[in-house]
Write a protein that binds this ligand. Structure first.
Ligand code: CP3
Length: 344
């Protein structure tokens, strides 16, 4: 009988032979293989072409020995699919060409089916699965409605989130309609990823930490809960990740997710106690620690593993994505060290 891969077992809080490891943004510019492909193709070309997306997804599997693959895509693809226009400008980050600025813009969002407009992502997942018959499980993902809405409304990256909060406060019914639309699209999108073969799903709520608990409760939590409730029907484990969101952990847990992803600011044991030990936990090394000399990296990993205390249900990860410039050799040694140190 096939043994459950450690990553999937940990998400179910079952004992594992070692603590599973993967890294958010494990495919990307810090890897020479990725940069070589990017000389010939744009980020959006790679996302659109299943062969290329599958190839990039496999690069860190070959180089690092991680316990999960995450499909190469971007949380902003749905905004392009919904007709808002997406490009990645050099040095500027993502640009949404026709941002949502008024209730009429929400009403005008086209009634497109994710399966039709983003079917290439499910197709890429199928190729990765075929290449990894005995390999690690494949994670599908989407941005959470708040984080995706923040790009849709701001038109790009932002520091203060003025436009998105202003939209929430000035146009609450259009805001809720937008969140409902994004949830609807995401459910279809994630369903098509599971149909393609995704074995777990992560929801990235990268910027939700800019909200206080009251705003999260009023403007986000009801939608986030519908999203997770509907994902339960897909019968794959889910990971709910936020950044700078220690003050929201209980609310995020209430919204859903078999595992909660912690950023690096919260000590793992404290975050897990707040979330509750009836959920798995993912995290949470500071991505910048990977730039430190190895003995310091090792010391930080060991301290984190001590906090996890061998409790079933820990998935080792960073507290946010790997940064460009991270030494690949350090990343590889992290995997090796976590595996050796947690072998049971
Ligand atoms: O984890 C993986 O390896 C899978 C691939 C992945 C990408 N984006 C590819 C990508 C994932 C999971 C994402 C998620 C994503 N995208 C998030 C949530 C996670 C997080 O980091 O908080 C966000 C906020 C985005 C939006 C986005 N996409 C930004 C802000 C940027 C940076 C723009 C820039 O100029 O650096 C991107 C671009 C992007 N998406 C890259 C990659 C590998 C950068 C590399 C490139 O330009 O080739």
């Amino acid at each position: 009988m096939a043994v459950t891969p450690p990553f999937l077992a940990a998400l179910r809080r079952e004992p594992t032979t070692h603590t599973p490891v993967w890294f958010m943004r494990q495919a990307g510019r810090y890897m020479a293989e990725y940069r070589a492909l990017r000389e010939r193709y744009s980020l959006l070309d790679i996302c659109a072409e299943p062969d290329l997306a599958a190839e990039v997804t496999l690069q860190p599997i070959r180089a690092l020995g991680v316990d999960a693959a995450i499909i190469f895509a971007d949380i902003l693809l749905p905004l392009d699919a919904l007709g808002l226009g997406l490009r990645f400008a050099q040095g500027e980050g993502p640009v949404i060409e026709r941002p949502i600025r008024a209730p009429a813009d929400v009403a005008a969002l086209p009634a497109v089916e994710a399966r039709e407009v983003l079917g290439n992502v499910g197709a890429a997942i199928a190729l990765v699965r075929a290449a990894l018959t005995d390999g690690p499980p494949v994670i599908g993902f989407a941005g959470a409605p708040f984080t995706v809405a923040s790009y849709a409304i701001e038109g790009g990256s932002t520091r203060q989130f003025i436009q998105v909060k202003r939209f929430m406060y000035e146009q609450p019914s259009a805001w809720h309609a937008l969140m409902e639309r994004l949830v609807e699209f995401s459910v279809g999108y994630l369903t098509s990823q599971v149909e393609g073969g995704a074995q777990a799903l992560q929801i990235f709520d990268s910027w939700v930490g800019v909200l206080d608990g009251a705003d999260y409760t009023s403007y986000v939590l009801p939608h986030q809960r519908v999203l997770f409730d509907r994902l339960r029907g897909l019968a794959v484990p889910t990971i709910h990740f936020g950044v700078g969101a220690a003050h929201l952990l209980q609310l995020q847990r209430d919204a859903g997710g078999d595992a909660i992803g912690l950023d690096w600011r919260t000590p793992l044991d404290e975050g897990w106690a707040i979330v509750g030990h009836d959920r798995a936990i993912q995290g949470n090394l500071d991505p910048v620690v990977l730039f430190a000399p190895w003995p310091e990296v090792e010391r930080r990993i060991d301290a984190m593993l001590d906090r996890a205390a061998g409790r079933p249900g820990h998935v080792f990860n960073l507290g946010h994505g790997i940064l460009p410039g991270t030494p690949v050799e350090t990343v590889r040694r992290v995997v090796e060290h976590v595996h050796a140190r947690t072998a049971r």
